[in-house]
Every structure is written in C-alpha cells, then in structure tokens.
Design a binder for this molecule. Sequence first.
Ligand SMILES: Cc1cc2nc3c(=O)[nH]c(=O)nc-3n(C[C@H](O)[C@H](O)[C@H](O)COP(=O)(O)OP(=O)(O)OC[C@H]3O[C@@H](n4cnc5c(N)ncnc54)[C@H](O)[C@@H]3O)c2cc1C
Length: 396
Amino acid sequence: MRDFLLDDADRAFRCEVRDFLRRELAPRASDIEDQQDWSAVKHVVRSLGEAGYLRLMFPELYRGPLAKPGLTHATVLSEEAAYINYAFETTIATALSCAYPLHRHAGERLRETYLDPILDGTAIGAICVTEPNVGSDSAGMETRIDFDAKTNEWVINGFKRYISNASVADVYIVYGTATDADPAHAGMTAVAVPATAPGVRFPRNYTFMGRRGCIVGEVEFNDCRVPADHLLGERGGGFRIMRGMFNFERAILGGSGLGVARSAFDIATAHAQRRRSFGQMLGCKQLIWEKIAQMSWRIDAAELLTYRATKMYDAGADGKALMKEAAMAKLVATETANFCANETVQILGGDGITKEYGRAEQVYRDARALTIVGGTSEVAKYLIASRDLPDIRINL
Ligand SMILES: Cc1cc2nc3c(=O)[nH]c(=O)nc-3n(C[C@H](O)[C@H](O)[C@H](O)COP(=O)(O)OP(=O)(O)OC[C@H]3O[C@@H](n4cnc5c(N)ncnc54)[C@H](O)[C@@H]3O)c2cc1C
C-alpha cells in the first residue's frame, strides 16, 4: 500500500499540495529546464511562501489548516515537487536547510531579518559547507571565522564551492573554524552572512549535467564582516548545528529521491503499456516485468524508510537518535531514483535518450546528483554502520 505510514490528514495534504504544484510549477517546468529561467523558480517559491507551505517544518510559525504540520509534510512537498521538477525542489530544500539553523539557533533580530522572508518566499537562502579541499570530510574545513573584539564583528575568510543558490540567495549560512581546536570540528562555527555584506563575491556558477535551473556556484569571503549577533548558537558549536541540519536535510532528500523515482516509474509503466514489440505490448515481456517489479519494491522500501525518519523527527527524536534512520532514507531513496531512472531509459529504448519523446533523459540526468549531494552514498553507509558498530571508531 502506498503512503502506508501517512495518516488521512497527511494524505489529504498530499492531494492539496499536488494540485497546487500542478497549477503553479508544472506550467513553468519546461522553462526552468530549457531556459534555466530563475524568474520562474522565484515565482513558484513566492507562491509556496504565500500559501504557507514553507512554514510546514516549523509548527509554531505555521498558520494553515493542518493540525500537526512537520517534517513529514515538508517531505511530501519535496516529493511532489521533485516529481515535477527536481531542480526546482532543490531550491526550496536548500532554502529550508538555511531556515532550519536560523530557526533553532539565531537570536530574535536575526530571525526577523532573515528567517521570516525565507518562510514567506520573498527571500532565498543558501548553505556554505563545501570547499575546494573539503567535501565529504566537512570537519576539516579551511574557512576562518574570527572575532574582531575592536569592532564587535565576525571576520570571514574562505572559499566555498558547489553552493546551491549561490549568487541568487539573499542570506548564506557559512560554516568555518573559529579556533585552533583539536579535533578541528570542535572549533567549527556558523554565522549568517547577507549577500550584501562587504567582502562577499560570487566568482562563477557551474554547468551541470542535470538539475538545470537550480543555480550552483562559488562563494568567496574576503575579510567579509558581519555583526556579532550574526553568530548562530555559540562559537565552536557549528558542528552540532551542521549535524542537526544534515539529519533533517537527509530526510527531505529521501522525499526528493522518491519524487524522481516515481516520476521515472510512471514514464516506464506508461510506455510498457503503450509500446508494441514482437506482436505484443512491451509490458507483456518477462524481462520488462522484472524491471518494473524491481522499481516497484525499491520505491516502496524508499518510501517506508523516508517517512519512518520524518515521523520519528515529528515525534521529537533528537539528532543523535535520527542519524541512522535519516541516512538510510537518503541512501535508499537516492539510489532508487538512479536505479529507476536508468531502467526507465532502457525500457524506452531510443525514446529514452532523446528529448523528442518526453522527460526520461532529463530524469536520468537529474537523478545522478542525488547520491552525491547532502552527503554521498558512501558517507551515508558510514553513518549507518557507525551506529551498528558503536565500539569501533574508524579513521575514514
Ligand atoms: C549539484 C550540487 C549541489 C550542491 N549543493 C551544495 C550546497 O548547497 N552547499 C554545500 O555546502 N555543498 C553543496 N554541494 C557539495 C556536496 O555536498 C559535495 O559534493 C559532497 O558532499 C561530496 O563532496 P565532494 O564533491 O568534494 O567529493 P569528495 O568528498 O571528494 O568524494 C569523492 C568520492 O569519494 C568518496 N569518498 C570520500 N571519502 C571517502 C571515504 N573515506 N571512504 C570511501 N569513499 C569516500 C565519496 O563518497 C565520493 O564518491 C553540492 C554538490 C552538487 C554536485
């Protein structure tokens, strides 16, 4: 049964948000993919904000009809958006990853300035972790965040790359090191940096094989200064903030993977029931049945793992308790998206690799990023096993 872990209110919400995205996102999806039309992305972000959907994750800030909004609903939103256009979904998922630490760890003035506009859909957020020498090994980052007691400011120096929403975001959550602590992650610190702060530059954006329409690029901080109150949490508390953010982000990525996988599956099953081959419908062939069955059970497994993680979060599980389940959701859903996209292209044959006959080739290109962003599949496996082998500390 689909949606097994969701209750009636959750399912009704899915129908509502699906209708909304069909009206607002679907008509703009080809402009986002073909023209990389940022104004189309912004338009839909704004309408999601106006409808209150960007507040789902923050129950006390939510003003809509759901009795108990939460990560489950934000993930349903991600799943439904990724089904239509994964690039668009990454823009809102990234903005929520920025909103999460602002909501939990910022002072009131900072929340008013940066969080409220993101949740209203009038501002865009970004997260700056990855650097040229630091990807999976995020604890070893080289960006410095030093405090200047004379001016009462944080001074940021560093270079971040592969930053989603770079150059179009209004506010950046920047992680760096503020002390010479050993181990290095003990000095990790997070600050909020507005795009207009002195010393912020956006050297270039990248071209990717998929996710077209989501802008991803570099951000450079050169003696960039922000006021003292732009610190999130406390100095040296950045690693804990980042770990919490990644748990929530990985559960949402379960939704992204599911949306992309379901999109591929629907293309494949429609084709298998339409295309004739050797005198019969393609779907009659046992080798095609096998592919459909493989996709089907993987999607169900991904769905169960994803909504188990979100339901745990909504029930109050803390970051430590959620780490394994969130990593499993991300791992299985994003690997499933790749599996389904690949098999769909195969089922469609030539139609699968041209732009002339639908979206199979786009879904295939889009899916590829999923096992890399938000922590790779290899990192997710490490997180899972580290819970199963608690007495073993491996040096990655
Ligand atoms: C489209 C896109 C959007 C992104 N958006 C953002 C963003 O908004 N903000 C942000 O901060 N970052 C972002 N990233 C960066 C992303 O999080 C990193 O790409 C990812 O964490 C992997 O880091 P890396 O690319 O440096 O690969 P590396 O860390 O160099 O890894 C390369 C390969 O080696 C494997 N590997 C590494 N270490 C080990 C090990 N110990 N054992 C086994 N295998 C290992 C990895 O799993 C991977 O397969 C984005 C990336 C992409 C592609």
